[in-house]
Design a protein around this ligand. Structure first.
Ligand code: HEC
Length: 302
């Protein structure tokens, strides 16, 4: 019975079969490992198409005590409105959100005036027609393109992604040993997406001679493959600030990114406050429990 089955062939002289099989398996495993090694980022780092690692920036909203800077959010909104909004939608943001505490905190009148300067699509009305009307504070920001196809047609095939949660959707790997510390209290760092976007906005360079940039694309050292379908959106002096902040690409990039970070998580500050409150409570509670335990067990012989 056993002799008929190759796996269980135990006759003398046949004992090498499993050895051969395991040797073949080992060869396969080594080959597979070699393939994985060749395709990992570390092995590809030498290739000229590999993107650069974004710089780390100082953010007012980083860390456990992080807060958004109202002035910066106002400036960032201005950059979004005057530059980015021609291509990027920000669908989750309603005009009235800009007046919320913790955000750019525009006054009620500023919000009403801003909304009134936009038109939105509404309908259907009593006769089943869609129509345009002046926006109200409760409306969301109208997108620049009617749909993705219209955007792609206007942008040589590239699609400007919606900005509502873009900060959360982008990032980079900090690698060893950085990632070991990212999750620890006091060290925790969650601003990778913001760092990436600032670097990307400042990352347009002249392409090296051996790098072919296809038509309708631009050379950017932080974009995957170093090619991006977005023309450089910022230039020094393009947006006028009225609070004396420098009118440079660097400042615009940081401000608009901080604004995007707020849109992606308007409740970040209250989340951090609650976290701090809970941790403080737990520390006090742990102390109380310790003394209670001592009291209860102090008279028990052991
Ligand atoms: C002329 C239109 C245009 C303007 C203005 C513009 N963008 Fe873009 N943006 C694009 C397009 C198109 C893409 C998609 C690029 C691609 O996929 O190659 C894009 C992509 C992006 C991305 C995503 C990159 C990635 O990792 O996929 C970010 C972030 C971004 N834009 C930020 C901004 C900011 C901030 C502004 C304003 C300062 C801005 N853009 C202004 C057209 C524009």
């Amino acid at each position: 019975m056993a002799a008929g089955c190759p796996m269980l062939d135990l006759r003398p002289g046949k004992e090498q079969t499993p050895m051969k099989a395991s040797f073949r398996l080992m060869t396969l495993a080594v080959a597979a490992l070699a393939m994985v090694a060749v395709t990992t980022p570390a092995a590809r780092a030498g290739a000229s198409h590999e993107e650069e690692k974004p710089e780390r920036h100082e953010w007012s909203f980083a860390g456990v005590f992080g807060r958004f800077d109202k002035g910066q959010l106002r400036r960032g909104f201005k950059v979004y409105k005057e530059v980015c909004s021609t291509c990027h939608s920000i669908k989750m943001l309603a005009f009235r959100n800009l007046g919320q505490p913790g955000g750019p905190e525009l006054s009620e009148k500023e919000v009403a005036d801003l909304a009134a300067s936009y038109k939105v699509k509404d309908g259907p009305n009593d006769t089943g027609e869609y129509f345009e009307r002046t926006a109200r504070p409760s409306d969301r920001f109208p997108p620049p393109f009617a749909n993705e196809q219209a955007a792609r047609a206007a942008m040589s095939g590239a699609y400007p992604p919606d900005m509502s949660v873009l900060v959360k959707a982008r990032g980079y790997h900090r690698g060893f040993p950085g990632f070991l510390f990212d999750g620890l209290p006091g060290f925790s760092y969650q601003e990778h997406g913001a760092d990436y976007i600032v670097s990307l906005l400042k990352g347009y360079k002249d392409a090296p001679e051996d790098f072919k940039v296809p038509d309708g694309q631009y050379y950017n050292v932080y974009m995957i493959g170093r090619r991006i379908g977005m023309p450089p959106p910022l230039s020094d002096g393009a947006v006028t600030y009225d609070d004396g902040a420098p009118q440079t690409v660097d400042q615009y990039a940081k401000d608009v990114t901080a604004f995007m970070a707020w849109v992606a998580e308007p409740s970040l500050v209250s989340r951090k406050k609650i976290g701090l409150g809970v941790i403080s409570f737990l520390i006090v509670f742990a102390g109380l429990l310790y003394f209670t335990k001592r009291k209860i067990w102090s008279n028990v012989a052991h």
